[in-house]
Write a protein that binds this ligand. Structure first.
Ligand SMILES: *Cc1c(COP(=O)(O)O)cnc(C)c1O
Length: 435
């Protein structure tokens, strides 16, 4: 069991979060339901900000793609973090939430002209340029509009973080960024410096996700600092900022052992200082972009147990009222989760069951071999650490309705995403008149 934030087991033996009995929340809002612990979320924001603040000039950006909603952006803003956005949609959400654009960084490997124009119009702080095509496009738009935009270049430092290969982006063979090893990065820097519509203020890298080894971050930081040194030597250009991306790992399953955020801060900030001294370059402001580690542990998903199927001598399947539509990660890359029965949270496991979703895919399995108390239809299953990459990756496969999300704090629960209804499903359908 992994009780984090305000989660605990109450006197009735039920799982509680944000001062609310999860059974009451499930009754009021229905299932499947995403529940976000406000204090847990805010504490996670603070932990990262304080850890980096303590060690020097820095800024923590919340990586939007993990969970992007108006209320979430408001909390991020209140906790003093910046925001990383990757699309017009995330940018629009930030604007609608009143997020200060001077704290917004715009990433992405294929920003459209419309998205770039929107970002310039809204006045985002930095655009993180991913490739030569974008460098030219952005520069020409800036010149047309007689603007100069602060930019960073995304560099691919060739670091292999120890994580699942589908979510590994720092290696050389990646769709992201200017490759360091073949000279592309240096060419990119030269081209950016020459671009009159652009002001190159920093470099960015992101080496992967769900990373536990601080050595990976230290290594990437050292490589990036080495490159900063090279740029100074060859082009006499110094950078104000170094953005080292996100990827801080969290506890999903047995064996996941996350460090304290202060370990990450130390690995990164001390390496930056040490290298800056050695190379005789100024210490850049350090930016990091945790996403999963802020939203992930603060969220749980509640499901109602429905049907059963036993394959004699092999396995017992238990189905819930959601699945890959509200959490595609197990089907997508075999992500593993821990769960309990929220209404039997004080009981010890007595059986091994596999939790199936309700979609028409054999691969729609949420958890293989979960250890649970005696499971009965109507029980409420709580899956832990589902705050990140669930709502943001959700779909309407099989025309399932996307669940609601509630924010809980000190005994109250408020909707931050309304549950879809059948009308929502056909809202964008058009019946062709000749049919
Ligand atoms: C995905 C991503 C992040 C966040 O990664 P987490 O593993 O959720 O911390 C940060 N920056 C960039 C550029 C990303 O692509």
């Amino acid at each position: 069991m992994q009780l984090t934030g305000t989660m605990k087991i109450n006197a009735e033996g039920h799982l509680e979060i944000g001062g609310m009995d999860t059974l009451d929340i499930a009754k009021e809002f229905g299932t499947p339901l995403w529940v976000l612990d406000e204090q847990g979320f805010r504490q996670n924001c603070r932990k990262f900000r304080e850890a980096f603040d303590r060690l020097g000039e820095s800024m923590v950006l919340y990586a939007s793609k993990t969970l992007s909603t108006l209320s979430v952006y408001r909390m991020v803003e209140e906790e003093g973090l910046g925001l990383d956005v990757v699309s017009g949609g995330e940018l629009y959400t930030a604007m609608k939430a009143g997020f200060p654009m001077e704290r917004v960084y715009f990433h992405g490997n294929n920003k459209s002209r419309e998205e770039i124009e929107m970002a310039l119009e809204m006045g985002v702080s930095r655009i993180v340029v991913d490739n030569f095509f974008e460098l030219q496009l952005l520069n020409s738009i800036c010149l047309e509009e007689k603007k100069q935009q602060d930019i960073m270049l995304r560099i691919t430092p060739g670091v292999e973080a120890h994580t699942h290969e589908y979510i590994q982006t720092g290696q050389i063979d990646s769709k992201f960024g200017f490759t360091l090893s073949d000279g592309q990065a240096m060419e990119g820097v030269k081209a950016a410096i020459k671009s009159e519509g652009l002001n190159l203020i920093g470099l960015h890298c992101h080496i992967g996700s769900q990373i536990f080894e601080m050595e990976s971050f230290r290594h990437a930081t050292a490589i990036m600092m080495g490159f900063l040194g090279e740029v100074k030597e060859i082009l006499a250009h110094e950078f104000d900022e170094l953005d080292l991306g996100g990827g801080f790992g969290i506890h999903y399953y047995h064996g996941d052992e996350p460090c304290d955020p202060s370990e990450w801060a130390k690995a990164v900030m001390l390496t930056v200082k040490e290298k800056a001294e050695k190379l005789g370059i100024k210490i850049p402001r350090v930016i990091v972009e945790p996403g999963r580690a802020i939203a992930g542990p603060a969220g749980i998903t509640l499901y109602t147990i429905g049907s059963f199927k036993e394959v004699k001598g092999i396995r017992k399947y238990v189905a819930v009222d959601g699945g890959m539509t509200d959490n595609p990660r197990p089907a997508l890359y075999n992500a593993r989760y821990l769960a309990i029965l929220a209404n039997k949270a004080d009981q010890s496991p007595v059986e091994t069951v596999s939790i199936a979703g309700k979609c028409c895919e054999s691969g729609d399995m949420l958890i293989w071999d979960a250890q649970l108390p005696r499971v009965e239809s109507g029980d409420i299953l709580a899956v832990f650490a589902t705050g990140a990459y669930t709502y943001s990756m959700a779909s309407n496969y099989n025309r399932l309705l996307k669940p609601a999300m509630v924010l809980v704090n000190e005994g109250s629960a408020d909707l931050i995403i309304k549950r879809e209804d059948y009308e929502d499903l056909i809202r964008n359908d058009r019946m062709v008149a000749r049919l």
